[in-house]
Write a protein that binds this ligand. Structure first.
Ligand SMILES: C[S@@+](CC[C@H](N)C(=O)[O-])C[C@H]1O[C@@H](n2cnc3c(N)ncnc32)[C@H](O)[C@@H]1O
Length: 222
């Protein structure tokens, strides 16, 4: 797999998952999942016939036409979602993603949603909480000079902290991304002090920050 982003999405998928890849386009993720026996089954879908044809051509190239069914569908509309428990939405804008998820009836059996949105990550996190999905894990990948948060939501009636909604989950592996946010966020820029610890303090004045500092320095902050 030569896309960091798709590779990370695959790391959020487990053996018992039955996956609908909405907006599959080239279907490279689906091919990777099946070839590596990562999950139970995969459905590759796209709204565009042209895009799906490209996916089908790739699937045939890998001789997986009997393993990866394909369907043209606007989001989940034409899909029998009760046969699946996981949805992947990647490479689309936040508004398209929210349009696709608006029909709650289609989400009855969906326990996990993995999202790699092109923009408005905070909007995605907030709206997923409203739909009854909780952000449980997140990995930010740097693919071709761009940072992409890959978000894993599970069905749970629990809201994320507002800092998590705004900036994502604080994980040591995502620190370069937080540095990037600080550098490019006009609101935060005037507040930035010299070192990373202070930058993070400004950004994330929460218990996560305390836990994070303790983890990297071994010290508790006063
Ligand atoms: C940039 S590609 C992303 C391909 C792949 N998922 C990835 O992350 O690399 C976006 C795909 O989403 C599809 N798409 C856009 N709106 C959609 C919708 N409402 N339902 C299904 N697919 C959609 C487009 O046709 C396109 O093939």
């Amino acid at each position: 797999m030569n896309s960091n982003r798709l590779l990370q999405i695959s790391l959020f998928i487990d053996h018992n998952d039955a996956v609908i890849d909405v907006g599959c386009d080239h279907a490279l993720l689906d091919i990777y999942l099946v070839e590596n026996n990562i999950c139970k089954k995969v459905l590759a879908s796209d709204i565009s016939e042209n895009a799906l044809n490209q996916g089908i051509a790739n699937i045939k190239k890998h001789e997986l036409e009997f393993d990866i069914p394909t369907i043209i569908s606007d989001g989940l509309t034409s899909i029998e979602t009760s046969l699946y428990n996981t949805v992947v939405l990647s490479g689309m804008g936040a508004h398209t993603i929210m349009h696709i998820l608006h029909n709650k009836k289609k989400l009855k059996t969906i326990n996990k949603i993995i999202i790699s949105s092109n923009n408005n990550y905070d909007l995605v996190r907030r709206e997923l909480n409203k739909l009854g999905y909780y952000l449980i894990d997140e990995k930010v990948v740097n693919d071709k000079e761009h940072y992409y948060p890959i978000m894993k939501f599970v069905k749970k009636h629990k809201r994320n902290h507002f800092c998590e909604i705004k900036y994502g989950l604080l994980k040591i592996s995502n620190v370069p991304y937080y540095e990037f946010i600080v550098k490019h966020n006009k609101e935060l820029k005037p507040l930035i002090k010299k070192d990373l610890i202070k930058k993070l303090k400004i950004m994330l004045e929460t218990h996560y920050y305390q836990r994070y500092i303790k983890k990297i320095t071994g010290k508790k902050l006063k």
